[in-house]
Design a protein around this ligand. Structure first.
Ligand SMILES: C[S@@+](CC[C@H](N)C(=O)[O-])C[C@H]1O[C@@H](n2cnc3c(N)ncnc32)[C@H](O)[C@@H]1O
Length: 189
């Protein structure tokens, strides 16, 4: 178990959401949904200590880019050290609420994938709506938002259309992995 994760979860229970990082079963299931048959731009929101990141990095090709956006300064510092030698990975200590301006600064639009386990379903409604709106605004028609959550709440959100969903029981807690596209209604916003 990651001691860093446990400590950060105790310091910020709502923001981190769980006491342990995602299981290997879940991280493999998430990463294999990303098609690396060509160069991709992948954004990970709330990578924590990097368990999904390591699976993604293992699969990604030399021309792909992975941008990690993490709000917790201790996790961000840990990720900086962990991926310092990998030029494909950029770590940004920032709030996912700032996703659009952050991507604009990096010259990125319409990322291929946004991956996130930020615990949207545990936090307050207002913050959840703001975060989901930032994500939707950063997506293009081809972008895929992969999120792992304890409930299906996001799959029913008007900003997104559910493309695929699968349950991962071998995780604490059991979790739903969803692939979402920007909904037709949100394209007009
Ligand atoms: C449930 S943990 C997931 C961590 C890791 N991805 C995993 O699966 O073990 C949620 C992560 O999202 C981060 N987080 C929460 N709110 C955030 C926000 N608004 N912007 C960026 N990161 C955020 C937390 O600091 C934490 O690292």
């Amino acid at each position: 178990m990651s001691l860093l994760f446990f400590k950060r979860a105790l310091a910020n229970p709502i923001r981190v959401g769980y006491l342990v990082p995602s299981s290997g079963f879940l991280t493999r299931q998430t990463a294999k949904r990303i098609d690396f048959s060509k160069p991709r731009v992948v954004i990970e929101l709330g990578p924590g200590e990097g368990c999904h990141t390591r699976q993604i990095v293992r699969r990604m090709n030399a021309e792909s880019k992975l941008i990690l956006i993490e709000l917790d300064e201790h996790f961000a510092a840990h990720l900086e050290k962990q991926f310092a030698e990998d030029p494909r990975v950029t770590v940004i200590h920032a709030n996912a609420l700032e996703l659009l301006p952050t991507l604009e600064r990096l010259g990125i639009s319409n990322p291929d994938y946004i991956v996130s386990g930020i615990p949207f379903t545990i936090m307050g409604r207002e913050l959840r709506e703001q975060l989901l709106s930032s994500i939707s605004q950063a997506m293009g028609p081809e972008s895929i938002f992969i999120t792992y959550q304890v409930s299906h709440l996001i799959a029913e959100h008007e900003l997104f259309d559910l493309a695929r969903s699968r349950q991962c029981l071998l995780n604490v807690p059991p979790i739903k992995v969803m692939e979402l596209r920007k909904s037709a209604a949100s394209m007009a916003i």
